[in-house]
Structure formats: structure tokens, C-alpha cells
Ligand binder design. Sequence first.
Ligand SMILES: [Zn+2]
Length: 169
Amino acid sequence: MTTVGHSLAGLSIAVLALPRGRSLLWYLLVGHLFILFANLPDLPLPGWGHANYQVSHSIFVTMLLASTLGLLMLIPGFDNRVGFRVLLLWSLAWLSHMVLDAMYNHGLGIGVFWPFSDAHLVLPLPWFETLSWPPVTEHNRNVFATELAFFGALLVLSLLLRRNRRREI
Ligand SMILES: [Zn+2]
């Protein structure tokens, strides 16, 4: 999936699960981090991203690295009740990346079980295509538009569900 789909999926998780009653600044900061974590496996860092796909898209590597987020709970004054929930949700946004990447219609899926298995997670949906080169083409515009429509609708649905939810989870 492109960053359009990953970002909107990450925001949908945030909308559905973040507690109410925080400041706008808190929502902006925490919400941006949902987008960051949802896109993290594709970030072009040394030894990471598409340069080292099996590592950056492994659920085991993800869980190992995501567990280090728990170190934030050692910060004095850290709100453990809300903070633990946010840390779990960031990890969920991070793991959502691999599920979305498995949805490409090429049907190859992705090897998310490295280093323990070569098995691939394959969840193809016919309307999700990969980008092509060069970047500015009608095909790529359609890829972005399809993801915007699908995951934008998911975000709108999430906002409606949050709005209609009577009590905080
Ligand atoms: Zn990816």
C-alpha cells in the first residue's frame, strides 16, 4: 500500500481508540505518531524499508521494536493508564502496515514471518494495485485515488462511530 492507505488506516485506528477529553495539541501529536508508525516499515532508513524488506516488514521484528516503546513508561510523570493504551495502539498501527501490504492484487503477499518462516501473508483485494515507474502516470493517480476512496471511507466511518459512541471505552 502507498503512504495514502497506510496513513488513513493509522488515523482510523487513532480515531476509533483514543480516549476523549484531551487537548487539541495532544491529539495532533499523538495522531501524527499514528501516521508515522503506520508508515514506519517503508521509511527509507539505512538497513530498513524496501532496502531490507524482510526485516522491516517482519511481524516479529515489529513486535520486538514496538515493545521498546514501553520504555516511555519509565519517564517520570508518564500517564501509565492512557499511555499504555496509546503504546498498544501505536503498535497496532505499526502492525496494520503488513496487513495492508498483503492486500495488493498481485496475490504474492508479503513474507511477514521472517526469520522463522518463508510463508507469506496473502490477502489480495482486486482494486489495490502497486505503483509503477515513472511516478507521475494515470495508473499511479488511480492507485492513490483508489486508496483515498477506500481508506478515506474507513476514516469517515471511524469518525462517525466515534461521534455516536455514548461512553468512553
Ligand atoms: Zn510496506
